[in-house]
Design a protein around this ligand. Structure first.
Ligand SMILES: Cc1cc2nc3c(=O)[nH]c(=O)nc-3n(C[C@H](O)[C@H](O)[C@H](O)COP(=O)(O)OP(=O)(O)OC[C@H]3O[C@@H](n4cnc5c(N)ncnc54)[C@H](O)[C@@H]3O)c2cc1C
Length: 279
């Protein structure tokens, strides 16, 4: 079978790897718009249970991921001047870039074709070009393909209320940390964890109204970061907050998460094949 994955994030790469392993006779290609080492963001968290699933699916990949992980068991919550620490949760953090590079290497080792720097404007044209029997739409949260076939997939997209920014810091954290800070306009929450020897992800989130009341919607990145550093100073011990999304301007750094649910099952008869679930 000729399989074409559009989008080379964790989902596309891992799917391609497992399909090729399952049957090396498949021709599997992943087409990605970025270069192999291009990403922004910081660490990604997986639970011990997820790691166990990865181990069962492909032990060599799980071993490489396990080696690159920072592991911890505790969750610590800071709220209204108190802190509560609970243990036994079992999480791992890994740099998003490292995760992508591990999956890319494993794909190449098993014979998946990786095509970078190709922004797919039209999935049908590409599918014809690759003579694809199966196209996997793995082009992320704001999927162009899902949008194109919205009348088929009928996605239920709920743009959530809060704004958040993905920052990093060299403050080392020994627990999955949730810190709440109140200002004159409302609450901010930091959600932070260490994912390699000297770096932690530090995500800051606040309701849209609070974000606007502080003028964060009109601030450029350095000013907004300075605001966050001041607000969360007691958790940072003098370490800076850092952005690696320098291509984003002003309010574009603060994202609202769309929660996406696809309600339909799509029958591939419509595109000439067997029934498959859409999401
Ligand atoms: C830039 C970024 C930074 C992140 N940072 C963090 C973080 O710091 N911490 C954390 O916990 N989680 C982070 N996440 C979230 C986490 O990585 C996601 O849950 C996970 O990436 C989802 O995997 P995915 O493969 O479904 O989608 P994605 O990772 O979004 O992958 C989709 C891929 O498709 C590619 N693509 C999209 N459209 C096209 C097109 N038309 N043509 C070709 N290629 C296309 C994109 O470039 C991307 O590589 C981040 C996600 C992104 C996208």
């Amino acid at each position: 079978m000729n399989i074409l994955c559009i989008g080379g994030g964790p989902a596309g790469l891992y799917f391609a790897l497992l399909m090729k392993q399952q049957n090396p006779a498949h021709q599997v290609t992943v087409v990605e718009r970025n270069r192999p080492f291009d990403t922004f963001g910081w660490g990604v968290v997986l639970s011990d249970q997820t790691l166990g699933n990865l181990r069962a699916a492909d032990a060599p990949t799980a071993a490489l991921i396990g080696d690159a992980f920072n592991h911890w068991d505790d969750i610590e919550v800071f709220f209204k001047g108190r802190s509560v620490r609970s243990t036994g949760h079992g999480f791992c953090g890994i740099g998003r870039k490292r995760l992508l590079n591990i999956l890319q290497e494993r794909c190449m080792a098993v014979g998946v074709d990786l095509v970078f720097e190709t922004d797919v404007a039209d999935d049908q044209t590409l599918a014809a070009q690759y003579n694809a029997d199966l196209v996997i739409a793995c082009d992320g949260l704001n999927s162009r393909i899902r949008t194109r076939y919205a009348s088929t997939y009928q996605p239920d997209i709920d743009l959530r209320e809060c704004r958040f920014v993905w920052l990093g810091t060299h403050k080392k954290l020994d627990a999955f940390t949730f810190a709440f800070e109140q200002t004159e306009h409302g609450w901010f929450q930091a959600h932070a964890y260490q994912f390699d020897a000297d770096t932690s992800t530090f995500i800051i989130e606040t309701p849209e109204a609070v974000w606007k009341a502080h003028g964060l919607d009109a601030m450029e990145q350095p000013e907004a970061i300075a605001f966050c550093e001041k607000l969360f100073a007691k958790y940072l011990d003098g370490n800076a907050l850092i952005s690696n999304a320098t291509h984003l301007r002003g309010s574009a750094n603060w994202i609202r998460f769309p929660r996406v649910i696809c309600n339909t099952w799509v029958h591939r008869e419509s595109i000439g094949g067997k029934p498959v679930p859409s999401c």
